[in-house]
Write a protein that binds this ligand. Structure first.
Ligand code: PEP
Ligand code: MN
Length: 337
């Protein structure tokens, strides 16, 4: 249910509503939009309806939310959410470019990538320190050392940094270093991890699961938000289909669909979707054209020598050429890179 407060509602009125809900055992979430403030109340509809909330001062109406996801839904917040990452914003008019290697391999590789992507217009540096690999024999990441290199790259370039976390151990460790945590496709339905990310209060990029429906993906975002962390950015990274010519199939239609269903920003990862660097620039353009709030791209100073995902990684030169093509297109669409 959402309790819509009227324009004249005071902070005391809002507190009275959340306290009443709390006394009945319901958790409540205050969502502050530009137009209105609403209180999202999660719990049994019948009971909430019978509490007489409409009669309280400052309350305009009490409305049920029809969708299974609540806090994520546009029904709760009609305007787009903009996520503030220590002074840098994702959402709104921004088309945020996140770029960097699949995995942090060593200091030199990461610093070269960081300087290259920064010069080309990226705002966030990606780099896996904990790698969820299909094979247990593949490189699993540098862990703490990788986080230290990422932090050093941030200090040198001013880029924000993001890394994937795969369990409570990696989450705890990453929180001390990164600006954004990434939950990868393989962990999209790791509900325990989602809850922990929700408790963390760090912005989260939540990637779509390999075979997840849009609704399952939004429910995963709901897990994070239900713990009080509203800083969620969705990331479409392709889904599994019968097609084997590409690594995954980029479900580009999920972008406008998510925009209709949710107020959360959504970015696109063309690298993991395609599995082939040739396809990355055209898919990045598609992401921009279809209304995504940014892209996450794999870039390596020497893709041929990458320990992970080399075939889908752009060299710094190719990445720079791509962003040079994206910039005028973004301007045409009133988006800022
Ligand atoms: C990644 O971004 O490094 C990654 C592993 O991607 P995904 O979770 O989308 O497979
Ligand atoms: Mn990768």
């Amino acid at each position: 249910m959402i309790i819509v407060m009227n324009k004249k509602a005071s902070e005391n009125n809002i507190r009275a509503v959340t306290e009443k809900l709390g006394k009945e055992g319901f958790s409540s979430h205050i969502i502050r939009g530009v137009e209105k403030i609403v209180v999202g109340a999660i719990g049994d509809r019948q009971t909430i309806c019978s509490m007489g909330l409409e009669l309280m001062e400052g309350v305009e109406k009490v409305v049920p939310i029809m969708k299974p996801y609540k806090l994520v839904s546009r029904e709760v917040k009609s305007e787009d959410s903009v996520i503030n990452i220590n002074g840098m914003e994702i959402g709104g008019n921004n088309f945020t470019v996140i770029a960097g290697p699949c995995a942090v391999e060593n200091r030199e590789q990461l610093l070269l990538a960081a300087e290259g992507v920064k010069a080309a217009g990226a705002k966030v540096l990606r780099g896996g320190a904990f790698k969820p690999r299909t094979s247990p024999y593949s490189f699993q990441g540098l862990e703490k050392k990788g986080l230290e290199f990422l932090a050093e790259a941030r200090d040198l370039t001013g880029l924000k940094i993001i890394t994937e976390v795969i369990d409570s151990y990696s989450l705890e460790m990453a929180l001390d270093y990164v600006d954004i945590i990434q939950i990868g496709a393989r962990n999209m339905q790791n509900f325990q991890l989602l809850r922990l990310a929700g408790k963390s209060q760090k912005p989260v990029v939540l990637k779509r699961g390999l075979s997840a429906t849009v609704e399952e993906w939004l429910m995963a975002a709901e897990y994070i938000m239900s713990e009080g962390n509203y800083q969620v950015i969705l990331c479409e990274r392709g889904i599994r289909t019968f097609e084997t010519a590409t690594r995954n199939t980029l479900d580009i239609s999920s972008v406008p669909l998510i925009k209709r269903l949710s107020h959360l920003p959504i970015i696109v990862d063309p690298s993991h979707a395609a599995g082939d660097w040739h396809l990355v620039p055209p898919l990045a353009k598609a992401a921009l054209a279809v209304g995504a709030d940014g892209i996450m791209v794999e870039v390596h100073p020497n893709p041929m020598q990458a320990m992970c995902d080399g075939p889908q990684s752009l060299s710094i030169k190719k990445f720079t050429a791509m962003t040079e093509e994206l910039k005028p297109l973004a301007a045409l669409l009133s988006r800022q890179i």
